[in-house]
Design a protein around this ligand. Structure first.
Ligand code: SAH
Length: 396
């Protein structure tokens, strides 16, 4: 049973929740110490009026999420089933697609339950739990999912501090175990996916539209540099789109075998591509020294990264990253600048571009702008959830 707690919150939070803001910000509470993970809160304004029900699940700035504004709606299997069924209706085109078999089915607060995402990989479902609180609803959420879909197998990722308790785990939940790599389709390309091998499964689904654009419009006959390349997903699409050569740079050692595998499952000869295990910031220095220049340079760094020599924070250092990229971009080349940092918006991101080109004495035009694809539903009242910003910038 989930503990139910009747609690008065500060007026500012009560007003936000009434408008439909989904997050329960810590500062809206007088005392959070007494609220256990997974408790269901009956939230009341300072005058005692009911404003909504939420659950406790600590995540960064939030201490939980709003679930319903209806006082009479129980938080039970039926509640989760309804939310999941509605989410699935929004993805019918994806379920019916023959050339894309990997997409997001449930996107946290955008689908009405913060702290929970569900992805689909060709018959397998991957549930990600972002707090111990939401994990405590596992049985109900599983029952809700199983009532809504048929599946081969279900896997999970616990993306909260488990204090090492789950180290032996291969993240399997139920159904049949997958054989990995699982080969999924995306816009006619393939990805090798591992649901049983750590937090990252092999591809970031939120860049689907960007990959397609790179393949279909920006790659033919071009040299493409893909920095922070991870498993080389952008490189695969560039090569499939007719790039003369791709160069993938990532400092993680396994990026070499992972990227090779992604090329191979797409029938692309990895030997003809460059896959370089190196710190991106060292690579920029090397490329400048060798006077290399690329037609397309892709920048998709993590929000924060610390390597042996460098610390990178996208909110502070993106302008410099762009300057490094501009220095090795051909005249009339294109820089694909991406960030998933939720702490700033597209306006600020564009000021980084403006400054970098000004400092580099080059002119530019912005040719394309992307945010999250439509399977990543967001709440208009929680803009941090709409984190992805991608600009295709033509460097004159
Ligand atoms: N662009 C990728 C996802 C990037 S994930 C894609 O579309 O799939 C971030 C990657 O940056 C990780 O693989 C990590 O190993 C790499 N990384 C972080 N700091 C780095 C650095 N200083 N140099 C090179 N790679 C780095």
């Amino acid at each position: 049973m989930h503990k139910e707690i009747d609690i008065k919150i500060k007026d500012a939070l009560a007003q936000d929740l009434q408008k439909g803001v989904p997050i329960l910000l810590k500062e809206g509470f007088n005392d959070i110490a007494s609220l256990p993970e997974g408790a269901i809160l009956q939230l009341r304004n300072p005058a005692g009026k009911f404003v909504g029900k939420g659950y406790v699940g600590m995540q960064n700035k939030g201490m939980g999420w709003l679930l319903t504004k209806n006082e009479n709606e129980p938080i039970d299997t039926h509640f989760f089933q309804k939310k999941i069924a509605t989410a699935i209706k929004h993805r019918v085109d994806y379920f019916n697609s023959s050339d894309t078999t990997a997409f997001r089915v449930f996107n946290g607060e955008g689908d009405g339950i913060g702290g929970l995402t569900i992805d689909y990989f060709d018959g397998f479902y991957l549930i990600s739990w972002y707090s111990e609180g939401i994990y405590s609803f596992k049985e109900m959420i599983l029952a809700g999912l199983e009532a809504s879909v048929s599946y081969k197998g279900i896997y999970e990722k616990k993306r909260f501090d488990t204090k090492g308790q789950y180290l032996e785990d291969d993240d399997f939940v139920k159904g049949e175990r997958g054989e990995f790599p699982l080969i999924v389709n995306e816009s006619g390309q393939k990805f090798a996916i591992y649901l049983n091998d750590g937090a990252m499964v092999g591809v970031f689904l939120d860049q689907r539209d960007v990959r397609k654009k790179i393949r279909d419009t920006y790659s033919k006959g071009k040299t493409v540099l893909n920095t922070f390349s991870y498993t080389g997903a952008f490189s695969v699409f560039a090569a499939a789109g007719g790039a003369t050569k791709t160069t993938s740079v990532d400092l993680a050692k396994r990026s070499l075998s992972k990227t090779t595998e992604q090329f191979e499952v797409n029938g692309i000869d990895a030997e003809k591509q460059d896959i370089i295990v190196m710190d991106v910031f060292d690579y920029f220095k090397y490329a400048k020294r060798k006077e290399l220049a690329f037609d397309v340079v892709i920048l998709d760094p993590p929000s924060f990264a610390r390597s042996k020599k460098y610390t990178f924070s996208s909110s502070k250092d993106y302008t410099n990253l762009l300057k490094d990229a501009i220095a090795i971009t051909e005249k009339n080349g294109v820089i694909v600048a991406s960030t998933n940092n939720a702490t700033f918006g597209i306006k600020k991101f564009k000021t980084f571009v403006e400054k970098a080109f000004k400092d580099s004495n080059r002119k530019y035009t912005i040719e394309e702008e992307f945010s999250l694809p439509n399977d990543f539903r967001t709440s208009p009242l929680f803009k941090e959830g709409n984190y992805l910003k991608v600009l295709f910038v033509r460097a004159k």
